[in-house]
Design a protein around this ligand. Structure first.
Ligand code: SAM
Ligand code: SF4
Length: 323
């Protein structure tokens, strides 16, 4: 297994397959995706080799992310490549959900086990304001299709923002009452691009945690491949709640995940100082060099990010790496 100097073991890979996105979320790409030249994203063969190299090191959970990963024409082939990799037991994807209502059954048939969908509000007009797109009902229809598809897990990601959805906790709780969905509230993170937005909108997840505990929500014990969320259940609700609080002091202690960007860089942390380019090793189908490089670089992982000091590393926005 990959083990870093702090003794943390890594079982979870987040693989970004594109930076491109069709939404303009206010905290991520407020001006939409900008690119003045073609970007050479990882090929299916490079993706497949990369997943195999990580699986060789004991990674069992894969999250396919972006940008908007479902914009890639070969998105389903990426799922299949993961499914065909020995050792990968859980395949998840994160999406803005815009095409889920049409394709979810095919993705599940190809091997997708879990889907996370970003929905920051249950108010259609606010959805339009946040994402720049009038697609609320289509995305919600996608959630219902996902629930009917038999997929193991459906989660909704919602970034907490004072000026946008800061008063919506009760409507989200109503939504969860009769739906087997996990609602994950994510603390807004500062990136190189969103400093003033961050200052105006950051809400600490701690206040939500205190309210949930007061209202009878109970903590769930963490699984080894679990993501970064602290999860809670309530006997009166079908749904669960997860809180992702990257600014909490012990957030990095349970880090079990590594990231590969869509251009083939290894990011040891979402907010690392630099990405390490491993692309030259990704087209070699024997994979030995890539396997060796992963073993080498894990020894350089730092114990914690420096977000508290406002140091966001190289991360301009999260569409670069997929969160
Ligand atoms: N496009 C897909 C989506 O929106 O789900 C996948 C990529 S997106 C970068 C992954 C997750 O990161 C989404 O849930 C999004 O809300 C979250 N995210 C983006 N920027 C963020 C920020 N500055 N702080 C916290 N979460 C952020
Ligand atoms: Fe696109 Fe996801 Fe960023 Fe929104 S959060 S702009 S959907 S990459």
């Amino acid at each position: 297994m990959l083990v870093d100097p702090a003794g943390r073991k890594f079982s979870y890979l987040r693989l970004s397959i594109t930076d491109v996105c069709n939404f303009k979320c206010v905290y991520c790409l407020p001006d939409g995706y900008q690119c003045d030249h073609d970007r050479d994203f990882l090929s299916l063969n490079e993706i497949s080799n990369t997943i195999k190299a990580f699986a060789h090191h004991g990674i069992s959970k894969l999250r396919i992310t972006g940008g908007e990963p479902t914009l890639r024409k070969d998105f389903i082939d990426v799922i299949r490549a993961a499914k065909d990799t020995q050792g990968i037991t859980k395949i998840a994807a994160t999406t803005n959900g815009y095409s889920m209502h049409k394709h979810i059954n095919n993705w599940v048939d190809a091997g997708l086990n879990a889907i996370n969908v970003s929905i920051d509000t249950l108010d259609p007009r606010m959805f339009n304001t946040i994402t720049g797109h009038d697609k609320f009902s289509r995305v919600m229809q996608g959630i219902e299709s996902a629930l009917e598809s038999g997929i193991e897990s459906v989660k909704i990601n919602s970034v907490l923002m004072k000026q946008y959805n800061g008063r919506e906790l009760d409507s989200f709780l109503d939504y969860l009452k009769h739906r087997p969905v996990t609602m994950r509230f994510i603390e807004l993170m500062q990136t190189n691009d969103n400093k003033s937005f961050f200052d105006a909108n950051h809400i600490s997840g701690q206040s939500i945690k205190e309210q949930l505990l007061r209202d009878g929500w109970q903590p769930i014990i963490r699984d080894v491949t679990a993501g970064p969320a602290q999860e809670f259940f309530h006997p009166d609700y079908m749904g669960k709640i997860g809180l992702i609080m990257p600014y909490s002091n012990d957030f990095c202690n349970t880090c079990n995940r590594l990231r590969i960007s869509s251009l083939g860089k290894l990011h040891l942390c979402l907010f690392s100082e630099q990405g390490i380019s491993l692309r030259e090793y990704m087209s070699d189908n024997t994979n030995q060099a890539l396997i060796n490089q992963l073993a080498r670089y894990i020894k350089t992982k730092k114990p914690t990010h420096l977000l508290h000091q406002g140091n966001t590393g190289v991360t301009t926005n999260l569409s670069m790496l997929g969160g």
